[in-house]
Design a protein around this ligand. Structure first.
Ligand code: 6PG
Length: 242
């Protein structure tokens, strides 16, 4: 495992650095393959990063865009992770629609998860039981230490075999679809983008606390990713020892 940590004075500089990391690893992937695969998270932090990606002079024609997780709402809903990407990246970057692989939030969660698994099987040409290797997976961390839609107490944190699942998030009383740990840990590169004072406690616990991934799911990625780059702002890093 290799990990790199970069702290920036502002959320925007961290987001800009995160977008550069994504472009770097996509370029590396495209140097050796006809396509590259990127999976992005949602929430609010990624907005600035997506805007920086949209401004980049980059040929997106061979990049395929997936999602780490999705809320079970239509793609036009304000809570949709797809809509966040469409408004801040897909439209302004003129990202090719044929290369989009969204999680169908308008469907029942278990059906959407099944469809998404089939879409990954087909795109990556997977045989039964095989997991995809995304070239880049972007993740965030919630103030409670969750990542993707793997929230504290989620038993699927132990799952290393399946690709995606519908998860009931008790604290939100909402269903979500999420990539599962086996896929997150299979990524060639993980970019973890964390910003804001509200993440300081979680970031300290995830990076320096006792290893309890069921309690702090983001620890799974922090401890076991093959190649992990942290782009964090000073506020989020304020409690982390140097
Ligand atoms: C989601 C995200 C989620 C996110 C964290 C951090 O759908 O909410 O995929 O895992 O990365 O919740 O979200 P913020 O960046 O908005 O704090």
């Amino acid at each position: 495992m290799s990990a790199h940590w970069y702290t920036y004075p502002s959320a925007d500089l961290a987001a800009q650095a995160g977008s550069r990391q994504i472009l770097l690893h996509l370029e590396q992937a495209l140097a050796g393959h006809s396509t590259a695969s990127l999976a992005i998270s949602g929430g609010s932090t990624p907005k600035l990063m997506l805007q920086h990606l949209a401004k980049a002079k980059f040929d997106w024609s061979r990049v395929h865009l997936f999602w780490v997780d999705e809320r079970m709402v239509p793609p036009t809903d304000a809570d949709s992770n797809y809509l966040l990407a469409e408004e801040n990246f897909i439209k302004p970057a003129r990202f090719p629609h044929r290369n989009l692989h969204r999680i169908q939030g308008e469907l029942r969660a278990d059906i959407a998860a099944e469809h998404y698994a089939v879409e990954m099987e087909e795109f990556f040409g997977l045989s039964a039981g095989e997991l995809p290797h995304f070239d880049v997976i972007h993740l965030g961390i919630g103030a409670d230490g969750h990542t993707a839609s793997l929230f504290p107490g989620e038993p699927l944190i132990e799952d290393r075999k399946s690709m995606a699942a519908a998860v009931w998030v008790e604290k939100l009383s909402k269903w979500r679809v999420t990539l599962l740990p086996g896929v997150l840990l299979n990524a060639r590169h993980v970019l973890m983008l964390v910003a804001g004072a509200d993440k300081a406690e979680a970031l300290k616990t995830v990076t320096e606390g006792a290893y309890e991934p069921l309690r702090y799911p983001a620890q799974l990625v922090a401890h076991h990713s093959r190649h992990l780059t942290w782009c964090v702002d000073r506020e989020a890093a304020s409690l982390v020892t140097a």
